[in-house]
Write a protein that binds this ligand. Structure first.
Ligand SMILES: O=C[C@H](O)COP(=O)(O)O
Length: 249
């Protein structure tokens, strides 16, 4: 049985006081659930968030990390630093990292190796641009992203990977992939995994959908058979909306 997951990616939002207050609201409002619930605050707020939530059902995860263990990489944070503040899971490959910070598949492969070597679980993001979707090239693009960044890994490593399909054209735009579009590509992703590994591995991987998931569309999206939850941006910044989305799973 695959894990259901709802993860909130707070991106570069919320200072320390705002982080504390959103956490308090979440503790009050989140419904009981069998799904895994995660939030990804900014680096500076990881430890206070971890301290505030360590006895709760909410896991605090990181938005990114560097591939090196330590060294002269000004402004960067390593896997072991994340672990030292209680983090067990890291998001890699978010489209904003790809677009604004030039992260490509080869770099993401190195980051994935470093995260796994340190014992971190990965939420790996990928997804096509609008031009790929319009030219019907999205299947190929998604397959290549996975192949280039993750297909060098053995089956054992995949026990520590969650996938998050996020069509770039649906992120922060209010434009959501239809439930059918999400299902179609999630099913395709499982076929690609099955061809590279096997059916049982493909069936075991949680594949989240991300891109303008809101309380009013979450039920429909999450009800698709190959959608195992969501990676939520904007709507994760309001306790009420995030709680409604967790309820939808
Ligand atoms: O990481 C989350 C995704 O980028 C989705 O963001 P969004 O829900 O604001 O579209």
């Amino acid at each position: 049985m695959r894990k259901k997951i709802v993860a909130g990616n707070w991106k570069m939002n919320n200072d320390l006081a705002e982080t504390r207050s959103l956490i308090t609201a979440l503790k009050n409002e989140l419904p009981d659930t069998d799904a895994e619930v995660m939030i990804a605050p900014a680096y500076t707020n990881l430890y206070p968030a971890y301290e505030a939530l360590k006895e709760s059902q909410i896991e605090v995860i990181a938005q990114n990390m560097h591939f090196a263990g330590s060294g002269a990489y000004t402004g960067e944070v390593s896997a072991s630093m994340l672990k030292s503040v209680g983090v067990k899971t890291v998001i890699l490959g978010h489209s904003e990292r790809r677009e604004y910070f030039g992260e490509d598949d080869a770099l993401l492969a190195k980051k994935a190796d470093a995260a796994l070597a340190s014992g971190l679980r990965i939420v790996f993001c990928f997804g096509e641009e609008l031009t790929d979707r319009k030219s019907d090239n999205h299947f190929k693009v998604v397959e290549e992203q996975l192949k280039n960044a993750l297909f060098h890994l053995d089956a054992e490593a995949w026990k520590h990977i969650v996938l998050a399909y996020e069509p770039v054209w649906a992120i922060g735009t209010g434009e959501t992939a239809s439930p059918e579009q999400a299902q179609e590509i999630h099913k395709f992703i499982r076929e690609v995994l099955s061809a590279r590994y096997d059916e049982s591995l493909a069936d075991s991987i949680s594949i989240l959908y991300g891109g303008s998931v809101k309380p009013n569309n979450a039920v429909e999206i999450f009800s698709q058979p190959d959608v195992d939850g969501g990676l939520i941006g904007g709507a994760s910044l309001k306790a009420e909306d995030f709680s409604a989305i967790v309820k939808a799973i």
